[in-house]
Design a protein. Structure first.
Length: 154
């Protein structure tokens, strides 16, 4: 869960789930064959399924067992609730991400990251994270977005 702590409360612009595949025991998306899925934050519905190889490949569904695409993750309202409680407890850190495991008994916070990478949310969702909302958030934190200087001599 990508968390932005604003004056108006918590905003979660993107969420993702990582799934180990094959002989991989860890869910790290950089491991060949592992999957990462973009999640519709409001509903918990899986909206993209990505696999990492040399390039990110978007699949129509799980490569071995259909039913992943469009699935609504279990305990989603509880995931949102536990994420909000965890995020608020670390609210002095305004940009953070929460790793939540969904177990048979419900969600469990694994860790909270101060900041967090942009790669997984973007790869898994198939779109960039710097939306107008996210850009405004970082500007409210004092980040100045300057135009890139051209490398061309003219």
């Amino acid at each position: 869960m990508v968390n932005l702590i604003t004056d108006d409360g918590l905003r979660v612009p993107m969420a993702a789930i990582k799934l180990p595949q094959g002989d991989n025991i860890a869910d790290a998306f950089w491991r060949p064959g592992n999957l990462a899925c973009g999640i519709e934050v409001a509903t918990g519905r899986i909206r993209t399924v990505a696999r990492r190889g040399i390039e990110v490949e978007f699949l129509n569904d799980h490569p071995d067992q259909a039913g992943l695409m469009g699935m609504i993750l279990p305990f989603w309202s509880e995931v949102l609730e536990i994420n909000e409680r965890a995020a608020r407890s670390f609210a002095p850190i305004r940009y953070q991400s929460t790793d939540v495991a969904i177990t048979e008994d419900g969600p469990v916070v694994v860790e909270i990251n101060a900041g967090g990478g942009f790669d997984l949310p973007q790869y898994s969702n198939g779109k960039g994270m710097l939306t107008p909302e996210v850009r405004a958030f970082f500007e409210s934190c004092g980040v100045e977005f300057k135009p890139k200087k051209s490398l061309l001599p003219f």
